[in-house]
Design a protein around this ligand. Structure first.
Ligand code: FAD
Length: 479
């Protein structure tokens, strides 16, 4: 008899290595690990393994190797591209979820670093940094659920990239269990270390295809004493980018976030919270955040900038937050619209990037493409525009059947990728490739890029057991 494709002997061996609490094979125990945050992607697994220590991760990986099982590393499952679940179910795999490996190992406020198990929730890391009067600046809507190991594996971005960079810029060291079960300890605590290859960078953004990250050391920063936020109204995306370019020069490099939201997205924010009141009424909204130490007159700086911008008609309307609560309410609009989208159901979701100055063209061309070729579908444009990153999403008509919407959605996605590619942009600014974009990604690579990527994969994971079907189309990974 087999249990979900695993023999009783295999299950017994896994339970011996991880304890009964470390192995889920029943449908109820596995259910929450088989659906992603959006509910868009549902997958299959032979079992869900939940190691509680680095040694248990090694034991699980070695056992999977012996048993010939493929492995899918999983963090908070908030990635939006099906990297952490097997939606293909072609080969059968076990999920290795890191949620029980969740200890903050050390906060070193003198050296501005923090070391944690990979399964720590991002918000817990941010809180631990704040307790020591420090800032861990990675900030994204999913921070209450995503894990720092997942953030490293997906090279997460978020709203503060403009000032502090992506996860790649924030990681000082990593600890990784390799596909053969060996442990690579890449912690040195050093910010500068030019001894040859920087191996940690291989695993950052690799989406779990080269090994399982078990520990992460990140950079901390002094906690800003002051944060000022303003909500702006503008006539167009072009005007918003023009304003950003001015703000970048005139706010002494103290901008920590600059988000643009097309006013059409307000309906989605209201889906998440019907009481939402938008502070401005223009066709394009922007959120600007400045942060600094207490020594700087940040409010004066932002007020002067906005007064000048209003006078020169660079901005049509501006509301400066008078309290932390008001600033939080501004951000709730930005975060709420993402929730509202998920509530509405299936939609085309992209995270495109182009040169910052090309954003207005990208949005114009994408809107025209949708209006002309896919009437009835509703364009939504918003994103971390200060980094050239726009989420151009498209909502299906409400009366369209799911299957039809998904088929048409695939064509719309391809059209949007063509527009971004023609502008020299990227089809993935920050969410990664996963299992939803691997064909478009692979098709866009040069032969030499493919050869290098395949060589790397084959060198570290010669049996192709680590997250097959993610990043690489399945056949490309098998040597
Ligand atoms: C509301 C919302 C807002 C978001 N906003 C942003 C945003 O602003 N910027 C952004 O970049 N992303 C954003 N995301 C996407 C997502 O939150 C990030 O990609 C996040 O970093 C994923 O972390 P996770 O722990 O959930 O990883 P998962 O989704 O579990 O996994 C993501 C990938 O990493 C791999 N992986 C996970 N853990 C490990 C590990 N320990 N070792 C090796 N591989 C591993 C998985 O196999 C998978 O390929 C958002 C998502 C949501 C739902």
């Amino acid at each position: 008899m087999t249990i979900h494709g695993l023999s009783p002997e295999t299950v017994a061996a896994l339970e011996h290595a991880l304890g009964q609490g470390g192995v889920a094979i029943d449908p109820a125990g596995m259910a929450k690990y088989l659906v992603d945050w959006s509910g868009d992607h549902r997958g299959e697994a032979l079992a869900v393994l939940k190691p509680a220590s680095v040694t248990e991760v090694q034991a699980a990986v070695r056992l999977c190797g012996t048993l010939g099982l493929a492995m899918i590393p999983q963090g908070g499952n908030t990635g939006l591209v099906a990297g952490a679940i097997d939606i293909g179910a072609a080969r059968g795999a076990v999920i290795i979820n890191l949620e029980r490996l969740n200890r903050i190992r050390r906060v070193d406020a003198d050296n501005f670093t923090l070391q944690a198990d990979a399964g720590c929730i991002l918000q817990h890391i941010k809180d631990a940094a704040e307790d020591r009067d420090c800032l861990f600046p990675l900030a994204l809507g999913a921070q209450g659920s995503c894990q720092v190991g997942g953030n490293a594996a997906s090279n997460a971005g978020g709203v503060n990239v403009l000032r502090y960079g992506m996860a790649r810029d924030l990681v000082v060291g990593l600890e990784v269990v390799l596909p053969d079960g060996e442990l690579w300890n890449g912690f040195s605590g050093l910010r500068k270390d030019n001894r040859g290859y920087d191996l940690k960078q291989l695993f950052i953004g690799a989406e779990g295809t080269l090994g399982i990250i078990t520990g992460v050391e990140v950079k901390l920063f002094p906690r800003p004493g002051k944060i000022e936020t303003a909500y702006l109204g503008l006539p167009s995306f072009e005007a918003a980018i023009g304003l950003f370019q001015h703000a970048r020069r005139e706010c002494s490099d103290l901008i920590s976030a600059f988000e643009i939201i097309g006013a059409e997205c307000m309906d989605l924010a209201r889906l998440a919270d019907p009481k939402v009141v938008t502070p401005v009424n223009e066709p394009v909204h922007a959120l600007i955040e400045l942060s600094s130490s207490s020594a700087v007159d940040l409010r004066g700086l932002l007020m002067d900038f906005l007064a000048g911008a209003l006078e020169k008609q660079l901005v049509a309307d501006a509301v400066l937050a008078e309290s932390n609560a008001q600033a939080r309410a501004f951000w709730a609009i930005r975060e709420g619209l993402v929730e509202g989208q998920a509530k509405r159901g299936y939609h085309v979701r992209t995270d495109l990037s182009v040169r910052i100055s090309d954003i207005p063209t990208l949005v114009d061309q994408a809107r025209q493409f949708v209006a002309q070729k896919h009437p009835g579908w509703i364009s939504q444009a918003y994103g971390h525009a200060g980094d050239g990153n726009i989420h151009f999403n498209v909502l299906p008509p409400l009366d369209l059947a799911q299957a039809d919407a998904r088929a048409r959605g695939a064509a719309i996605t391809a059209g949007l990728y063509d527009i971004a590619n023609a502008l020299g942009g990227s089809i993935s600014a920050e969410h990664g490739i996963g299992r939803t974009r691997q064909h478009a990604y692979w098709a866009g690579l040069s032969p030499v890029h493919r050869r290098l990527a395949s060589a790397l994969k084959d060198a570290l994971d010669p049996d192709g057991r680590m997250n097959p079907g993610c990043l690489f189309p399945a056949t490309e990974t098998l040597s």
